[in-house]
Design a protein around this ligand. Structure first.
Ligand code: SAM
Ligand code: SF4
Length: 368
């Protein structure tokens, strides 16, 4: 009985909320495709034929690091607790997404490990999706104590962010002197079986680009998959500069001179993967979001910590799921909102276009 009013209110709610408002004029210029031909069953598709089945749920917007490329030293205006989705709300929405064909879940944030009682939430996720591939993206600081409980609760794999193997530089980039503890967390993650371990390394020109070969050496020694991520215009300070983006091709060339690489089969994540030609363990990945966007094969969906649904990391609009859910919407009504939002997904981000508009939310507020 609520469908129509929920649909309209939710879409407008998502579009007009002050914290996600796009610059003046932008929303007026965006037109959504008609939903007349939108499939109401089957895979979650958009008008470009892409099917989405990979969901990221941000379980908190808060963080215990202050990475320079992500947020300012003083942090951000954190969401009040009442605005965060509860465990029950997240589990319910996950069930709805599984019904829509989601097959993999990434638990992220902010820093997901600082959400109190995270293992209990993961247990609830696991009950909802016994066959889901569930991984976590974390800065690793708390993995020394949390890796085992998270594995027991149902996390399959961990991706740990690490931007430098040098203590002083790690401290500069994260504003926390925590490299040693993150390395302990990585050992705990391995011991708990959260493998294969993936490492996310954001490469910033003039800051840590001289370390890419050292990271490759580390991959060979540990067997980790080190994924180099191009620096994206998603920092809260809006200090991103194109000159500081180190193209994936440059990274691969530098590594290839020391350790020749061969292409490896892709997994379901966006990194392009390489193995060492001499057969050494470890994998090198590059996520070339800026220089070689992979929008045409994007299968990702995102749910923010306060229940806003996003069909693209760079989307300028969002669909509120929390409001309708708290107002009594059924799963079918929520699923319809999601289908409509995915149907309206744009072809791709415009980082390289003159009319690129950085989303109002930064990476940690979206859930990377
Ligand atoms: N706090 C967790 C962590 O750092 O792994 C999870 C959330 S974090 C927002 C997810 C990923 O986004 C991290 O690997 C981080 O390095 C990456 N990231 C943050 N800001 C970025 C930016 N401006 N460009 C590229 N990657 C960024
Ligand atoms: Fe926190 Fe992750 Fe952002 Fe670093 S990248 S400040 S760890 S949310």
């Amino acid at each position: 009985m609520h469908s129509r009013s929920f649909a309209v209110r939710a879409r407008l709610g998502g579009r007009t909320a002050a914290h996600v408002a796009a610059p003046r004029g932008t929303l007026e210029m965006m037109s959504l495709p008609t939903t007349d031909t939108m499939p109401r069953t089957g895979p979650l598709v958009d008008t470009f034929g892409r099917a989405a089945n990979d969901l990221r749920i941000s379980v908190t917007d808060r963080c215990n690091f202050r990475c320079t490329y992500c947020m300012p030293a003083e942090g951000l205006a954190w969401l009040p607790k009442t605005e965060l989705l509860t465990f029950e709300e997240m589990a319910r929405l996950l069930g709805m997404f599984v019904g829509l064909g989601v097959r993999s879940l990434k638990v992220t944030g902010g820093e997901p490990t600082i959400r109190a009682d995270l293992p209990r939430l993961v247990e609830m996720f696991r009950q909802v999706g016994p066959a889901l591939d569930i991984s976590i993206t974390t800065n690793g600081l708390l993995l020394d104590t949390l890796a085992a409980p998270l594995a027991a609760a149902g996390i399959d794999r961990a991706t740990v962010s690490c931007d430098s193997l040098l203590r002083h530089r790690f401290a500069e980039m994260t504003r926390r002197d925590a490299l040693e503890r993150v390395l302990m967390g990585l050992r705990a993650a391995e011991a708990a079986g959260l493998v294969p371990i993936k490492i996310n390394t954001v490469v910033i020109g003039g800051t840590n680009d001289d370390e890419v070969t050292a990271f490759a050496t580390w991959a060979r020694e540990t067997g980790y998959e080190v994924r180099f991520i191009e620096y994206m215009p998603l920092d809260a300070q809006r200090a991103w500069e194109r000159d500081k983006v180190v193209p994936a091709a440059t990274i691969l060339e530098a590594i290839g001179k020391v350790y020749p690489l061969t292409s490896a089969a892709p997994d379901h994540e966006p990194a392009t993967l390489y193995r060492f030609a001499d057969g050494a363990p470890g994998t090198i990945g590059v996520i070339a979001s800026v220089t070689e966007p992979f929008c045409d094969t994007c299968n990702r969906l995102r749910l923010t910590a306060e229940g806003q649904f996003r069909s693209c990391l760079f989307a300028l609009d969002e669909t509120d799921l929390r409001g309708p859910m708290r107002d009594g919407a059924s799963d079918d009504e929520l699923a319809l909102l999601v289908r409509q939002a995915v149907w309206g997904k744009w072809a791709g981000h415009k980082i390289n276009d003159i009319d690129f508009v950085q989303p109002a939310r930064s990476m940690s507020m979206i859930g990377g």
